[in-house]
Design a binder for this molecule. Structure first.
Ligand SMILES: NC(=O)c1ccc[n+]([C@@H]2O[C@H](COP(=O)([O-])OP(=O)(O)OC[C@H]3O[C@@H](n4cnc5c(N)ncnc54)[C@H](O)[C@@H]3O)[C@@H](O)[C@H]2O)c1
Ligand SMILES: N[C@H](CO)Cc1c[nH]c[nH+]1
Ligand SMILES: [Zn+2]
Length: 429
């Protein structure tokens, strides 16, 4: 793990170097994804089956081998132990309740000439949700994608999830059952994204694709944007902990591990005002590391992109956090309510020593699909608003046709668009 101090003369350059990692735009990944997408568009199911067998080491003969029905999902749920069933149901309820608050409503108002103006909200008809499955299985990501779609009123939710070696994961499928997913295809990577975007003989084209994934998934989503909508281009997981030394060092060490264990290119950063505390956290990491089943991934992630940053004070820490715009920010400080308003750029803010980021990953309620790679500067968590869209409403009164017609006519003539002007003028007579 790198040690950086805000007093280093090349501090800015070191901070920039920490961010210089954008695999979604790796030209080699992009070229491979371009070829896969074009092939799926051309050959449909046959290409999807071939790529799935190649990359996920499956032996599918037809799409039927990669397709699950509602009955399959129900059966997977029924096979789960009672405590897992109940955890899934409770998490789903909490996620649903939180997202109910995000629902947008249609609105209208009447202006001074009796013209009605407004905005009508509609749900998307059919969405594709990508659930990652290469290096780990993510039942929580099933719920984080499907629940807001449900709350928005989406009728058809088509889920894709790779299942390496054809091993079906009952918790992932049980989560799909609880979250009311319509249909599941056990496919992943660029081939799954392309299949959802273009449609194949067996997979119906969707209107929008949401959900995180690796560099191949991210590059494919970037590529199909325009044919379908996408939520965002998500990169590897990130956590930034701002600590004032009041949280037990062991807790913070484990919080850093919790995101490192996702991926060798995930990022975990600690910013602290206290050099002794930084050493304590590092010592805890060394001890805890031995027990970690995903030790190799954590070590690689920390070596590749991890850092401990020593700062002068918490104001400076917040400024750096705003520059880094992390996916997850833990404000592990004595008075988080005082510091949270200073954070402008973060996907999600976890406040106080009891709020481990991992609770947000599973069951606190807010969405865990969050902007990464500094995109929190302009992007927001996945939410109900990603599954709703807006249409403008205009109903002009006779009086409005006269008043607005005059303005429109002048402006249309100014643009040299006579038919536009006439359409307005005809209604003024
Ligand atoms: N932001 C979030 O909410 C969130 C949630 C869970 C996971 N994640 C992240 O998602 C990522 C998941 O990645 P993953 O790899 O485990 O699963 P994944 O499902 O994203 O990718 C697996 C697929 O990648 C494709 N692939 C792998 N190697 C390939 C190659 N050489 N050529 C072409 N295609 C290839 C295969 O088709 C495979 O099915 C991780 O970075 C993790 O941190 C993010
Ligand atoms: N932390 C991930 C988002 O970056 C989400 C997740 C799912 N399961 C565990 N974690
Ligand atoms: Zn996580």
């Amino acid at each position: 793990m790198k040690y950086i101090s805000s007093q280093d003369t090349d501090f800015k350059a070191q901070l920039t170097a920490l961010q210089a990692f954008e695999t979604a735009q790796d030209p080699q990944v992009d070229a491979a994804v371009a070829a896969i997408c074009a092939d799926v568009q051309k050959r449909g199911d046959a290409a999807v089956i071939e790529y799935t067998n190649r990359f996920d080491h499956t032996q599918a003969q037809s799409m039927a081998d990669l397709t699950l029905s509602q009955a399959d999902l129900a059966a997977a749920f029924a096979r789960l132990p009672a405590d897992v069933q109940s955890a899934l149901q409770t998490a789903a309820k909490r996620i649903e309740s939180y997202h109910q608050h995000q629902k947008q409503q249609s609105w209208q108002y009447e202006d001074e000439n009796g013209t009605l103006l407004g905005q009508q909200i509609s749900a998307l008809d059919r969405v594709g949700i990508y659930v990652p499955g290469g290096k780990a299985a993510y039942p929580s990501s099933v719920m984080m994608n499907a629940m807001p779609a449900h709350v928005a009123g989406v009728k058809e939710i088509i889920m894709v999830v790779p299942m390496p070696n054809g091993e079906r994961n009952d918790i992932v499928l049980g989560a799909a059952y609880v979250a009311g997913v319509t249909q599941v295809f056990t496919i992943g990577g660029a081939q799954a994204v392309a299949a959802l975007a273009y449609g194949t003989e067996s997979i119906v084209q969707v209107d929008k694709i949401t959900g995180p994934g690796n560099a191949y998934v991210a590059a494919a989503k970037r590529r199909v944007f325009g044919v379908v909508g996408i939520d965002m281009v998500a990169g590897p997981s990130e956590i930034l902990v701002i600590a004032d030394g009041t949280t037990p060092a062991k807790w913070v060490a484990m919080d850093l591990f919790s995101q490192s264990e996702h991926d060798e290119i995930a990022q975990a950063i600690l910013i602290t005002t206290d050099a002794n505390y930084a050493s304590e956290v590092e010592a805890q990491m060394q001890t805890l590391m031995k027990e970690m089943p995903r030790k190799a991934i954590i070590e690689a992630s920390l070596a590749n992109r991890g850092a401990i940053i020593q700062v002068q004070n918490l104001d400076e820490a917040c400024e750096i956090a705003n520059y880094l715009a992390p996916e997850h920010l833990e404000l592990s400080v004595a008075n988080p309510q005082e510091w949270a308003p200073k954070i402008r750029h973060a996907g999600a803010i976890f406040m106080g020593q009891y709020t481990s980021e991992s609770l947000g990953d599973y069951c606190a309620g807010p969405n865990h699909v969050l902007p990464t790679s500094r995109t929190a500067r302009f992007a927001s968590p996945l939410g109900v608003y990603d599954f709703q869209k807006r249409s403008s409403l205009i109903q002009v009164s006779a009086e409005g046709a006269k008043q607005l017609g005059q303005i429109a006519s002048i402006l249309a003539h100014g643009e040299g668009l006579t038919a536009h002007a006439c359409a307005a003028e005809l209604r003024m007579e």
